[in-house]
Design a protein around this ligand. Structure first.
Ligand code: PMP
Length: 441
């Protein structure tokens, strides 16, 4: 997925030679110390040393507008979050094998944000771990082993969830019990919900033909790596009915859409009027601190809990919980969900106005501050061998505005800033975008 998404293995000697000396030295050390699996953003990598709100600063003090990072959902280094972390780190940091009230207060607060059917919270450190746990629970609750994922899904890094992440590319093959379906893409025409449900039914038939019983359908509720699919709200409902009719569960992966990103409540699944069986979350939950979780309908955990104990050394430790509580509080107090909706609606309208007459731009779609914009043609390779979307991403980076790209061919601009991003920042982004558009055909 690398070059297609504007990511480069910056150790390419020709590229490294073009970098300033200090950056080239860091790139060389990275390669030597971290090995070949890491990738950097941008042809000209960014070396950041500080963040504040929606701004990031490089080693020379230059400011970059962050129009990409969803993890710092309440803004980089939010003082409330930093303070909560420092206070708790100075008081106690242990684990979930001692009694502590804060984890219970947070569990109560989190559970009030979801439908009453979801009654238990289990803590992990990463979204991958939360998904990995959800797979285990789904298998134990249903007796099935089969999973359905979208064609360019990403669900994480463990062996089990990498096998459910076709976006990692053909070298990381889907696990044998996994069936891939086309993402719910409105551009294909027709009723999106019915088409997605038909995909699920066909996948269930393929599973049955292989003698595999279904455990679950798992989707990222904003379909980030598939290319950002949000509309029409409700399109997940028929698919969820199909998987349940076959005895499987519905797992909502909220690692991308959760914590207010879509501007329509805290959770992506709520836009689709479904109540999942299991919900996983991470990334923005700790604003950069590694805390993640899985929510479950209690009945689903009965067999799992009886058969196996659960202990995650760092998952749900008092510092992580203090941070997560501060994040949830700030989202509410600063009204960030409404802000995401307002700024997102404005940005989408402005981007659509630019895209309509431009031969190089296609559909603008998304919800709140998760926006995708198609760059045409939709194949990654253009005549010059360079992906047009990557040129835009790199052009913005040269103007110190940070975005990225996603989708199966890397042609979808991914515009996904921290939620305090407002109208003034939207104008800065749009000015830079206009400037870069002058350079593409
Ligand atoms: N699910 C989705 C939808 C994700 O986008 C990601 C991370 N990009 C994950 C799961 C995995 O989360 P983590 O990197 O915290 O393990």
């Amino acid at each position: 997925m690398d070059q297609r998404h504007g990511m480069v293995n910056a150790f390419d000697p020709a590229r490294t030679a073009a970098l300033p000396e200090a950056d080239a030295a860091l790139v060389e050390r990275r390669q030597r110390l971290l090995g070949p699996a890491y990738r950097l953003f941008y042809d000209h990598p960014v070396h950041l040393v500080r963040g504040e709100g929606v701004w990031l600063y490089d080693a020379a003090g230059a400011a970059y507008l962050d129009v990409y990072n969803n993890v710092p959902v309440v803004g980089h280094c939010h003082p409330r979050v930093v303070d909560a972390m420092a206070r708790q780190a100075g008081a106690l940091n242990t684990h979930t094998r001692y009694l502590h009230g804060a984890i219970l207060d947070y569990a109560e607060a989190l559970l009030t944000t979801v439908p009453a059917e979801l009654g238990h919270v289990m803590f992990t450190c990463t979204g991958s771990e939360a998904n990995d746990l959800a797979l285990r629970v789904a298998k134990s609750a249903t007796g099935g082993t089969g999973f359905i994922v979208t064609a360019n899904a990403y669900h994480g890094v463990t062996d089990a969830v990498a096998g459910l992440s076709p976006s990692l590319g053909p070298a990381v093959a889907p696990a044998p019990h996994v069936v891939c379906v086309a993402a719910p893409d409105r551009r294909r025409g027709g009723d999106v919900g019915a088409a997605f449900a038909a995909e699920i039914d066909a996948a269930l038939e393929r599973m049955a033909a292989k003698g595999i019983r279904p455990a679950a359908l798992i989707v990222d509720t904003i379909f980030s790596s598939d290319g950002v699919f949000a509309d029409p709200p409700g399109f997940l409902r028929p698919a969820v009915e199909c998987i349940r009719a076959a005895g499987g569960l519905f797992i909502a992966d909220e690692v991308q859409a959760g914590f207010g990103r879509t501007g329509a409540g805290l959770w992506g699944f709520a836009r689709h009027q479904v109540v999942p069986d299991l919900v996983t979350m991470g990334k923005p939950m700790g604003n950069g601190h590694p805390v993640a979780a899985m929510l479950a309908r209690p009945a689903l955990l009965e067999r799992f809990g009886a058969a196996s104990r659960y202990f995650n050394t760092f998952g749900g430790n008092p510092v992580s919980i203090a941070v997560a509580q501060a994040v949830l509080d700030v989202i509410a107090e600063e009204n960030l969900v409404a802000r995401a909706r307002e700024t997102g609606d404005y940005l989408m309208a402005e981007l659509a106005a630019r895209a309509a007459p431009h031969p190089g731009l296609g559909e603008v779609r998304g919800s709140g501050l998760f926006i995708g914009l198609d760059v045409l043609p939709e194949t990654a390779e253009t005549g010059t061998g360079e992906c047009e979307a990557a040129r835009i991403v790199n052009g913005l980076r040269e103007r110190r505005v940070l975005i990225s790209a996603s989708g199966p061919t890397g042609n979808v601009l991914k515009i996904r800033p921290p939620l305090p991003f407002g109208r003034p920042e939207a104008e800065i982004f749009l000015d830079a975008f206009d400037d870069v558009l002058k350079t593409i055909g």
